[in-house]
Design a protein around this ligand. Structure first.
Ligand code: ATR
Length: 302
């Protein structure tokens, strides 16, 4: 099942500004409302974007109530991306590949459309914001949980020369690679997988992405050997977390990359995945770079 992610919604407009939300548990910390408010102001779109705290055992009921109130779409965050996948009547091919949905559009004709914009957001941040085209690069993806699964298809779409996936439980990395094997072959990307003790068996990587939640558990670096050569001199490191949670990994990566290297936390990915969702809902692409710069300024001031 796949659908064109950019085709306009068939939903009739309800009176008043269109309603959207980020649905999750927890959602109090979410930056999505301010990001979408900035996009709306910038593009002159009339909408309101809220936080929708869903009970852990009541995601579907909460979403149906939200739709009954006239809502047009929502973003979905932890732990409901798999529930959203099941709720979608139609899914984009990138959502199918990810096995998870982070964006729903409540079309009245054809049923709800499920998309996953996380990978496109990460690739946009790497290729546009960091100005590092993925084509031909050697990429390391650390982690094989939901965050990594959500972005792998889009990383392959950037046609790097190779992607190595490593994970604490190596079998999960192997399974993630297997589920993307055909897609990788179609794009001429060499895909390999293993445990955290073998991140770079064929030499250093040009781009290294941390998709683990290691920093949340206070474990610091996801890789066991900080002295192992993993990232090439001048390479780029990205952590899908942002702020303080990304600092240990990015500080270590900066040491590996040396002069000419670059690091990015996940704030750029967050804004870019939101921009993709905004495009899906409104048919307009916002100027995400301006919103990202403004968000960084405001976070730094706190
Ligand atoms: P998410 O949706 O955030 O990706 P997840 O699906 O639970 O959450 O995945 C968490 C990822 O972080 C997994 O790759 C996990 O490794 P395992 O699959 O072996 O559990 C990884 N992870 C969590 N804590 C870690 C740690 N202390 N060191 C290394 N990897 C860790």
């Amino acid at each position: 099942m796949s659908a064109d992610p950019t085709s306009a919604s068939a939903t009739a407009a309800p009176p008043g500004p269109d309603r959207y939300a980020v649905a999750g548990n927890p959602v109090a910390h979410s930056r999505s409302p301010e990001i979408h408010a900035a996009f709306a102001a910038q593009t002159g779109q009339s909408l309101v974007y809220e936080r929708l705290l869903c009970p852990l055992d009541g995601f579907e009921a909460a979403i149906r109530d939200f739709v009954a109130s006239g809502a047009r779409g929502c973003n979905v965050t932890v732990p409901f991306k798999f529930d959203a996948f099941r709720l979608a009547a139609r899914r984009t091919s990138r959502a199918e590949l990810a096995g998870a949905v982070n964006t729903l559009r409540f079309d009245t004709e054809g049923g709800w459309l499920g998309d996953n914009t996380d990978g496109a957001g990460l690739v946009a941040d790497i290729e546009r914001n960091a100005a590092r085209p993925l084509r031909g690069q050697r990429v390391l993806l650390i982690g094989a949980g939901g965050a990594s699964a959500g972005v792998l298809g889009s990383l392959i779409g950037g046609r790097p020369a190779e992607i190595r996936i490593v994970n604490r439980s190596a079998d999960k990395a192997v399974a993630l690679a297997a589920s993307h094997r055909a897609w990788a072959d179609d794009h001429g990307v060499r895909l390999s997988a293993g445990g955290l003790d073998a991140p770079a068996p064929d030499g250093r990587h040009d781009v290294m992405i941390n998709g683990t939640s290691a920093s949340l558990s206070g474990a610091g670096l996801p890789l066991p050997d900080p002295d192992a050569p993993v990232l090439a001199v001048g390479g780029l490191a990205v952590d899908m977390m942002y702020g303080a949670a990304a600092a240990p990994f990015l500080d270590w990566a900066a040491g590996q990359a040396g002069a000419g290297g670059a690091t990015r936390d996940g704030l750029g990915m967050l804004v870019e995945q939101a921009a993709e969702a905004f495009l899906l809902w409104r048919g307009v692409r916002p100027d995400s770079a301006a919103v990202l710069a403004d968000l960084r300024r405001r976070l730094a001031a706190h």
